[in-house]
Ligand binder design. Sequence first.
Ligand code: PGA
Ligand code: ZN
Length: 424
Amino acid sequence: LIEAVGAREILDSRGNPTVEVEVLLDDGIVQRAAVPSGASTGAFEAYELRDGDKSRYGGKGVLKAVEAVIDELGPAIEGVEASEQRIIDEILIEVDGTDNKKRVGANAILGVSLAVAKAAADSADLPLFRYLGGPNAHLLPVPLFNVINGGEHADNGIDMQEFFLAPIGADTYSESLRWGVETYHVLRSELKAAGYATGLGDEGGFAPDLPSNREGLDFLLKAIEKAGFTPGTDIAVGLDVAATEFFNDGVYRLDNKDWTGPELIEYYVGLVNDYPIVTIEDALAEDDWAGWKLLTDQLGSKVQLVGDDLFVTNPERLAEGIRRGVGNSLLVKVNQIGTLSETFDAVSLAQRSGYTAMLSHRSGETEDTTIADLVVATNSGQIKTGAPARSERVAKYNQLLRIEEELGDAGEFAGRSAFPRFRG
Ligand code: PGA
Ligand code: ZN
């Protein structure tokens, strides 16, 4: 039974305040969870409550959310069995009382939801992935390493936000991790040799001032080859365009040019022909449903088209997308929706509808590694949690090494089959 719930304000990887929650059970178990925070957030995400008091952290303090945990959310679930996750999440949603968790904040609610799950797992003496996923949780994900950072995550001129390495051809998770890391280091040397800065962006990728987006893909391919791998077979590439960020009044602004939706789609078709791209996220803006439909009709059979700002891990937005035949993959961010139960609902709707699901960090992260367990619990087979650098990113990749070890022979690496392109 839940005996007490506490909360505090801690810092995330960008030096901004965020919520940490601790749950104490009557058997003496204590577990904590910390909440991440985005920069290129979707308009339809659950509400992140910040104090707005300019005298503290430039208004970004989260003391109100902390207070809501201590005064309202905690007391509402005290005495409830910690393993009753769905009941607890429903209580949290009811206490808030709004449809986007605006009153007490999705950051307050999520902290409690995750800490409860961790405490229940610990109390059952199970690893979190096993507790959340049950006896069939066994699939180790392909890690998508965001090795070049642009957009809102870096102060360079690259429009696209994320350039991924996807080591799909490895035999195991740990081998895919090594391949990604080796290529990441070669990429650094290549950028340096070409006279570019090798400072890091928010997600641990390099943030060079490249002249175009294609140049970013060229560097990935060069690095893959120089590291001794075959592009496409061993290591594929991917993009998170985060197109909402450069969409205004019906016009996309990319590479210093204006594009209509259909023009941009033609540009993507060209990229897919020229590079071994297995996944493109947010290729179009969050409210460009017509563009998304056209994109999916053109590229959906070849490429994974991931909806991040489009779906915001929201089962209702996803259902709308499925109805319209838009996208073929769900990006899963726990803080976009605010409870673990609703996250599971979104993932299971995706999986039942033939959509893939990719677990994801946020650009503002903490040392919390819950998403590593969640990707195995859901057998989703794909995770993006930054470059293999910066401890808040590496913490998740390291947790997956522990899970791989724990699973032993029962574990299976998702590899190529994680992506629609190889599913036939
Ligand atoms: P965010 O970016 O965490 O800043 O929203 C991640 C993403 O767009 O996938
Ligand atoms: Zn995204």
